[in-house]
Write a protein that binds this ligand. Structure first.
Ligand code: GSH
Length: 218
């Protein structure tokens, strides 16, 4: 059976697990990294020399790291012509949003993780948080404008394009102080958030941290 190594609340694991859930394939996810440790174990490093999460492992011993590559591989294997568009231009357009998410959109997530969870209270900075939100706004504007004419990032249906940015969007919607208005992004979020696989693999694993943020009054 397909194995995914990685704790369920790491953003790069979450995006892969939403994809796995949508594909409806059997899987085993192994709690790894973070509080579970194991990243430096030699056997794990042989599968993933970076000592990061997630790592995919197939029954025949094939292993793969880099969450975007994992999503592309799984969609090509199990959803050719659907989540993994067959048409070259459509596929490139979907690919584009995946890279855009990791290289641009995800920047706010690093700031939020530092400011909400990693830094000691004395080291947190309202200015850094504000800069994180401000820095993300141009990306949200781009997303909002694309979603004015498209129900999903890859066009009129869910594709691999949605898994990276769509999964991170949950944190943007729930962890951003004084959430700025992006009506098309909000409508897109409501569209994807009702999907059972999104609820299971994105909303539920994020819930403890979301609760922690709420209780802290942010
Ligand atoms: N570019 C890599 C980044 C992998 C990464 O940094 N993953 C984080 C979790 S989201 C990690 O391994 N952190 C260390 C840990 O959780 O132990 C990918 O997309 O797979």
């Amino acid at each position: 059976m397909l194995k995914i190594w990685g704790r369920n609340d790491g953003s790069n694991v979450v995006k892969v697990m939403w994809c796995v859930g949508e594909l409806g394939i059997p899987f085993e996810r192994i709690d790894w990294g973070g509080p579970f440790g194991g990243n430096d174990e030699p056997e794990y490093r042989r599968k993933n020399p970076n000592g990061r999460l997630p790592t995919l492992e197939e029954d025949d011993g094939f292993t793969l790291w880099e969450s975007g590559a994992v999503i592309r591989y799984l969609c090509a294997k199990h959803s050719l012509g659907n989540f993994y568009p067959e048409d070259l231009a459509d596929r490139a357009a979907a690919d584009k949003w995946m890279d855009w998410s990791s290289l641009n959109f995800a920047s706010f997530n690093a700031v939020y993780l530092d400011q909400y969870f990693r830094l000691a209270e004395a080291d947190r900075s309202a200015a850094a948080m504000e800069a994180g939100v401000k820095g993300a706004l141009p990306w949200l504007d781009i997303l909002d404008s694309h979603l004015a004419d498209n129900d999903y990032l890859g066009g009129d249906r869910l594709t691999m394009a949605d898994f990276p940015a769509g999964s991170l969007l949950h944190r943007w919607m729930h962890w951003t102080p004084n959430l700025p208005s992006h009506p098309n992004v909000a409508a897109y979020y409501n569209r994807i958030a009702t999907r059972p696989a999104y609820q299971e693999h994105v909303v539920a694993p994020n819930a403890p941290r979301t609760q922690q943020i709420k209780e802290a009054g942010n």
